[in-house]
Design a protein around this ligand. Structure first.
Ligand code: AMP
Ligand code: ZN
Ligand code: FE
Ligand code: FE
Length: 280
């Protein structure tokens, strides 16, 4: 396939994906993607390994991350693109997310123990060499220890929102997240907007200072697609897209399942290049 496709949403072993940054870049090259962003949850740890691999495999790569935020008690994921990788603000923000996750994971493990499913903190740490540990890692350990039969069951019965071992942890607001991304000279995008069920939250969010929304997503149906494309057009927002690839952990979302074209990717790439040049 010679069509231009750039996947702007995927996760590496730095968060809850199963391929390393280098393996993702290598796979992107193999399936002929022409651009990529690795958007790990709350960390930019995949860079600079990913940048070095992008150089080797000759794939244009832009900075990216997927930040966990909350608006009116609703969890919202915000994609950040093209920010300066040298921004101290983004580094500090990721460090804070890491601390926040450590205490939240501890609270979830306490709840699991009180429900007869003990998992040690050290045990959880050894399941990934990287700093960002989230509920999917806990779910996988629950499967390994025989507490549940699948990752989905772990979420469905225990650690999904509203379930007995769910703990929200401390939250970062959507407004603060947008502000940090902008201070790092990046673009703030609403991730997979179709997952936001609350109509009032959607109405409020589209009045905030976002730069775009994720309009192409592997799990959209046609109606969802049209709805979000219309909103983005009205707001004159960027429309991004990507697969939300996680490797084996979510086998039905292959890399490249959703993508953006040359026009959108060029805007983001130019923005990123300007940031990298001005910081050198
Ligand atoms: P965390 O950031 O630690 O709250 O974990 C959130 C991640 O868990 C999401 O990005 C999804 O990848 C995964 N997740 C959330 N809910 C479910 C679910 N019901 N089934 C499977 N995975 C889920
Ligand atoms: Zn994930
Ligand atoms: Fe997400
Ligand atoms: Fe994601």
């Amino acid at each position: 396939m010679n069509e231009f496709r750039a996947d702007l949403h995927c996760h590496s072993t730095c968060s809850d994906g199963t391929l390393s940054p280098t393996e993702i870049v290598c796979l992107a090259s193999k399936i002929n993607l022409k651009g990529l962003s690795i958007t790990d949850h709350d960390t930019i740890g995949a860079y600079p390994e990913a940048l070095a691999a992008a150089e080797t495999y000759q794939i244009p790569l832009i900075s990216g991350a997927e930040f966990s935020a909350v608006y009116d008690q609703t969890n919202i994921h915000i994609l950040a693109y093209s920010f300066s990788l040298d921004s101290q603000i983004i580094h500090d923000f990721c460090d804070n997310h890491c601390l926040r996750r450590t205490s939240r994971n501890r609270a979830i493990l306490d709840l699991l123990t009180s429900h007869g499913m003990p998992i040690g903190e050290e045990e959880l740490k050894t399941c990934t060499p990287h700093s960002i540990i989230g509920r999917p890692h806990i779910a996988l350990l629950m499967v390994k220890k025989g507490y549940v039969s699948s990752l989905q069951q772990a979420f469905h019965l225990y650690i999904g929102e509203g379930k007995p071992c769910y703990h929200p942890g401390t939250k970062v607001s959507v407004e603060e997240t947008i502000d940090i991304i902008h201070q790092a000279n990046g673009l703030a995008i609403i991730a997979h907007p179709h997952l936001i069920q609350n109509v009032k939250v959607v109405r409020d969010l589209i009045e905030l200072d976002f730069d775009g929304l994720e309009g192409y997503y592997a799990r959209f149906n046609n109606n969802q697609n049209e709805r979000w494309l219309k909103i983005a057009a009205r707001k004159k927002w960027l429309i991004t897209g990507g697969s939300d690839f996680h490797g084996d952990i979510k086998p039905n979302l292959p890399l490249g399942a959703s993508w953006v074209n040359d026009e959108v990717f060029s805007i983001l790439l130019n923005h990123f290049k300007k940031n990298q040049t001005s910081s050198q």
